[in-house]
Design a protein around this ligand. Structure first.
Ligand code: PMV
Length: 331
């Protein structure tokens, strides 16, 4: 169970946060529409120690070259002493599975604990501000899932209100749904993508005359999807994932590698779609119960890297130093 507060701790300390995948509503969320995100049990863990000079994984240059680390230091550790940060992760990078948000959330949780602890809602805002500043575009879906864990909705009425997160223009409400306890497969295509560039290209597509109508279709699918998860109706969730994928194709963010993986898992899944920015990146698959490993093997056969995952119920948290980075099984 995720605690409301990040407790105080002294250095050295270890913290971790989960990756995520978006079940419904990526891209439309950037334009204020609803989204459903699940935290997945692939984690990033950081160990933070006092040190003569600040470094990330032994690299002192990272305070300039790594925008996430640089911004985390600026926003959450400006008065702190030099630190040696070691990060290990099971989440593939630039894959749409929330690796940067998990790194930011774990690091910010560690800094918060070392500065005397704090409210989880403040950590959610802090993690979003860091990721947004480093990345330049985007919504708080990834960081909300990394901080809260579990099943999270943004801009929807369903679920228990956790908090709101703001930027200069917009506010997003974040709510928690019950996890239906299903097993998912996420699969990286091996094609890295640039979230910022993809968000801009979808923005241009949505600026066309039929853009508002298209956006409403994204919103309807996401709200229906959220209702289907609340009802724990796997069949409906699968169908709505397929419909969401059609919309994502329509705005131009699918990719031949993703389509090959979708074809491969079709016979063993209730539904599947790209997750995250697309144009490469990853799929999320809802396999028929009991056919998870088969789905993972079929994806591997067409060149994808599959992970069989559950929802990570716990969000960003301190961990005893040396605990394993993840409990998920690779496929
Ligand atoms: O960075 P990714 O691949 O997890 O994409 C995030 C999802 C988008 O809706 C495309 C952007 C955003 O920040 O919400």
């Amino acid at each position: 169970m995720t605690e409301e507060r990040i407790p105080p701790a002294t250095l050295p300390l270890a913290a971790r946060a989960p990756g995520k995948c978006i079940l419904f509503g990526e891209h439309a969320i950037v334009h204020g529409k609803p989204e459903l995100v699940i935290a997945i049990d692939l984690h990033t863990q950081v160990i933070i120690r006092g040190a003569p000079a600040t470094r990330l994984n032994g690299d002192p240059e990272a305070i300039r070259s790594n925008p996430y680390f640089r911004t985390a230091l600026e926003k959450a550790w400006s008065a702190g002493p030099p630190v040696d940060v070691r990060a290990v992760s099971r989440i593939p990078r630039a894959a749409g599975l929330g690796s940067s948000a998990a790194f930011v959330a774990a690091t910010a949780a560690g800094f918060t604990a070392s500065a005397g602890g704090g409210e989880r809602s403040d950590l959610a805002q802090l993690a979003f501000t860091i990721e947004r500043t480093a990345q330049g575009v985007g919504s708080p879906g990834d960081t909300a899932a990394a901080v809260a864990g579990g099943c999270i909705t943004l801009n929807a009425e369903a679920g228990r209100l956790l908090w709101s997160v703001q930027d200069e223009q917009r506010s997003w409400t974040v709510r928690r749904l019950e996890d239906p306890g299903w097993i998912w497969v996420v699969a990286y295509s091996g094609v890295p993508r640039d979230t910022a560039e993809t968000v801009r290209s979808v923005g241009r597509r949505l600026a066309q005359p039929d853009g508002p109508e298209l956006l409403e279709r994204f919103a309807t699918v996401a709200l229906d999807g959220i209702r289907a998860v609340v009802k724990e109706d796997r069949t409906d969730v699968g169908e709505l994932m397929k419909r969401n994928q059609e919309l994502l194709r329509e705005v131009g963010v699918s990719h031949p590698r993703l389509e090959a993986m979708l074809d491969a898992v079709g016979p063993v899944s209730l539904g599947a779609k790209l997750t995250g920015a697309g144009a490469g990146g990853s799929l999320v698959v809802l396999p028929h119960p009991g056919r998870e490993m088969e789905a993972a093997r079929k994806i591997a056969r067409v060149g994808g890297v599959a992970y069989v995952v559950r929802v990570a119920t716990e969000g960003a948290a301190l961990v005893p130093e040396g605990a394993p980075a993840s409990t998920a099984s690779g496929g």
